[in-house]
Design a protein around this ligand. Structure first.
Ligand code: NDP
Length: 233
């Protein structure tokens, strides 16, 4: 059991984020479940608590710098360090948006959450992650952002995840002399509100690699994973 570990998960009121909180808490990690909606976040926390899991809720809208800083201040004041940060919050919904006929407003909206969100969150939490002797940042990316498998459509979502992967590499380089490992992962196509009901993977499967990256010893930094295996960018 990982009783002395503290984790923050963004966008954790449902879907893969909620399941990552569940699996980390089952391993004994002290989980701070965050969500932009106070009501939805408290409901999600209640659900995990009813399963006997030790979970705290704190509001955090990754689009709002003040809200992100408040959450970081809360964790600093209460725990003085952070071991695991999962940048899970994300939006999509631009399946029909094509680069050859781009809806720029839609792309901007996605970039705000999927790129600037994780950057703001990392900026606020890295100072207290440096207080941990073994810290992990896990960016929930997507194979749709992999340059090696790039397809068409979803232009905003695709470029946001390509950029998130770049952020992983940049942070891993900037933090190479610290105790913070930074990795990206693709959860699979998962049955959530985003993935839809016909997706092949369960949320348990979708959360697995993120939890593995958060809790396994002797991992590299600055890599992209799927099903616990390194994959091409
Ligand atoms: P869901 O749509 O089910 O959940 C997304 C979560 O992000 C919700 O809790 C949502 O909160 C939250 N969120 C959105 N914007 C913000 C914000 N500004 N601040 C805080 N939270 C926010 O998606 P999934 O669980 O499927 O996806 C989780 C991650 O996995 C995403 O990054 C996604 O891109 C990635 N992914 C998912 C795949 C899939 O097949 N499902 C495949 C590949 C990657 P709210 O309820 O308030 O909207």
């Amino acid at each position: 059991m990982l009783m002395d570990k503290i984790a923050v998960v963004t966008g954790a009121n449902r879907g893969i984020g909620l399941e990552i909180c569940r699996q980390l808490a089952q391993k004994g990690v002290k989980v701070i479940l965050t969500a932009r909606s106070e009501e939805k976040g408290k409901k999600a926390k209640g659900k995990l608590q009813s399963e006997g899991l030790d979970v705290i809720f704190h509001q955090m809208d990754v689009n709002n710098e003040a809200s992100v800083q408040q959450a970081a201040d809360y964790v600093t004041g209460k725990f003085g360090k952070l071991d695991i940060l999962v940048n899970n919050a994300g939006i999509g919904g631009d399946l029909d948006n094509r680069a050859s006929d781009a809806n720029i407003d839609q792309i901007k909206e996605i970039i705000e959450t999927n790129i600037f969100g994780p950057l703001l969150v990392c900026k606020a939490f890295i100072p207290i992650m440096l207080e941990s002797n073994d810290a992990r940042i896990i960016n929930i990316s997507s194979i749709m952002g992999a340059l090696s498998e790039m397809g068409s459509g979803s232009v905003g979502y695709r470029i946001s995840k390509t950029a998130l992967n770049a952020i992983t590499c940049i942070l891993a380089s900037e933090l190479k002399d610290t105790n913070i490992l930074v990795n990206s992962m693709h959860p699979g196509w998962v049955r959530t509100d985003m993935g839809g009901p016909t997706a092949p993977c369960s949320v348990e499967e979708g959360a697995d690699t993120a939890v593995w990256l958060a809790t396994t010893d002797n991992l590299p930094s600055g890599k992209f994973f799927r099903d616990r295996e390194e994959i091409e960018w």
